[in-house]
Design a protein around this ligand. Structure first.
Ligand code: HEM
Length: 461
């Protein structure tokens, strides 16, 4: 256990915060290497002793923000536990009860609320996702395949030979050198800066977000320290993770655009209007007419924008995916909405083969993204954004519209593209994203991992 935690000053004043970087998992604060290859493993714990041995063995293997031996290479192993996993480890009842209610329920129980219905409902999820068997999630990421094997070996040594621990799911994943995911768009650009993390932000128009929005135990944007699991050693420096395996219907998406557009140029424009960025990552807010690959590739410029000069959405529609997910200053006139309370760190990744350019027929392959959310408030961050901003349109004055790319579409939806002289309205949007499953996890700090590796007795009621 680290005795002398490395700290960073984040602010002055009554709520002065020092982020204990040695105690926060590296994958929480740091972007992933690009490109990279990786593997997600889900494990089941069959008895608490074996589970605690697993945790013990993971302590030296999981990377922390400032203690990484592989820092230069950006390789990392991260760990999260589901509520069922904490139970399987024998965490006492009063401590279990102190976790966020949605985490305790688990993602499958939240399905109707999240819009995971029809083909996306838990009845159709890939086994064992969403089942009480999922206890531990490991993510192993590395810049290349050789290093990945070394890291996987390390992770394997932590769980093999433990008869009470079983690997029950494996998903390989990757990020292409272009950063593009299955629909062909560069992803992972828009990320908030975390106060005190020492990692510069990419949007100078957005002040760094208070650390307590992402790390438990610190002041958040409300000005106070939010609810935290107890005892403090367990909760502090931890965070919640949401992971979702999202299958993307790339051929259906391409066919839809082809059917709606009069030319290839218009096809590209409609696709960009749905996302809010061009395939290169260049934002419509900065280049509304055509893609600008140099802008898309420039991290100093590709996230430096707001929507205040485009409130009616002539450049970037209010209903575009990225603008819904982060409306920036576009809701400033709505006094009741503070966008800073709904920000999230994303650590998404691609899985499955890319459908070759130009192919419009479905090849039957499973492809998409593993969406990963990191934040201290899963309900008002991930769940709020998914339900109020992606699956609803009240906040942009279009109650019947959902996110055209990632919303819970059912084939009847519309997407409005403001333009002069008259707006364009795309009709009958099919679902382009199907949820294959997922879980809510808790990613503990290092001291908490050590605590989880020890047996704890129930406190008397
Ligand atoms: C398969 C499903 C999804 C795909 C293909 C997808 C794709 C994208 C793309 C291409 C971008 C623009 C690039 C960027 O700014 O990083 C983006 C941005 C974003 N997406 Fe998604 N996304 C998906 C699901 C989701 C979900 C479910 C959420 C949240 C509940 C979400 C939240 C965000 C956020 C917060 C941004 C950044 C917005 C900004 O800061 O400008 N995405 N996504």
């Amino acid at each position: 256990m680290p005795s002398d935690l490395t700290s960073a000053n984040t602010m002055t004043g009554p709520l002065s915060t020092r982020l204990e970087l040695d105690d926060i998992q590296r994958g929480v604060l740091h972007q992933r290497p690009s490109p990279y290859v990786g593997t997600y493993l889900l494990l089941r714990i069959d008895n608490p002793e074996a589970g605690r041995s697993l945790v013990q063995r993971l302590c030296p293997v999981v990377e922390f923000a400032q203690s990484s031996s592989d820092l230069a290479q950006n390789a990392s192993i991260s760990v999260g536990f589901t509520y069922q996993g904490l139970k399987a480890l024998g965490v006492p009842r009063d401590s279990l009860a102190s976790f966020a209610p949605e985490f305790r329920q688990g993602m499958a129980a939240r399905a109707a609320e999240l819009g995971d219905v029809g083909d996306s409902s838990p009845d159709h999820w890939e086994k064992p996702l969403g089942s009480p068997e999922v206890h531990v999630a490991l993510s192993v990421l590395s810049p290349d395949a050789a290093q990945l094997e070394t890291l996987l070996d390390r992770a394997r040594r932590a769980h093999e030979e433990l008869t009470g621990v079983q690997v029950i799911w494996r998903q390989d994943c990757y990020q292409l050198p272009t950063g593009r995911t299955s629909f062909g768009f560069k992803d992972g650009i828009g990320q908030p800066a975390v106060e005190g993390a020492g990692i510069p932000g990419t949007n100078p128009e957005e002040e760094p977000i208070k650390a307590g929005e992402f790390i438990l135990g610190y002041p958040d944007e409300t000005g106070s320290v939010g609810p935290m699991p107890t005892p403090e050693v367990l909760g502090r420096n931890g965070t919640y993770l949401v992971f979702r395996k999202l299958h993307t219907r790339v051929a259906a998406y391409r066919q839809y655009l082809r059917a709606k557009a009069a030319s290839r140029e218009e096809e590209a424009l409609l696709g960009a209007k749905m996302v809010g960025r061009w395939p290169s990552g260049a934002p419509l807010a900065l280049c509304p007419e055509q893609d600008d690959p140099a802008l898309g590739a420039d991290p100093d410029r590709n996230n430096h924008f707001v929507f205040g000069d485009d409130l009616r959405g002539f450049k970037c529609p209010a209903g575009a995916h990225a603008r819904r997910a982060n409306p920036r200053d576009a809701l400033d006139h709505e006094m009741s909405v503070n966008v800073r309370l709904h920000r999230m760190l994303r650590r998404g990744t691609s899985y499955g083969p890319i459908l070759p350019d130009g192919v419009l027929e479905d090849d039957g392959a499973d492809r998409g993204i593993i969406f990963v959310f990191v934040g201290a408030h899963p309900k008002r961050q991930f769940e709020f954004v998914k339900t109020q901003w992606l699956n609803d349109g009240i906040f942009i004055g279009a109650p019947a519209e959902k996110d055209p790319l990632a919303g819970a579409s059912d084939g009847t939806g519309t997407f409005t593209i403001p333009q002069r002289p008259i707006r364009r309205r795309l009709q009958s949007l099919p679902p382009f994203v199907i949820t294959r499953g997922g879980e809510y996890c808790f990613a503990p700090g290092l001291r908490a991992l050590h605590w989880l590796a020890e047996p704890h007795t129930e406190t008397a009621e």
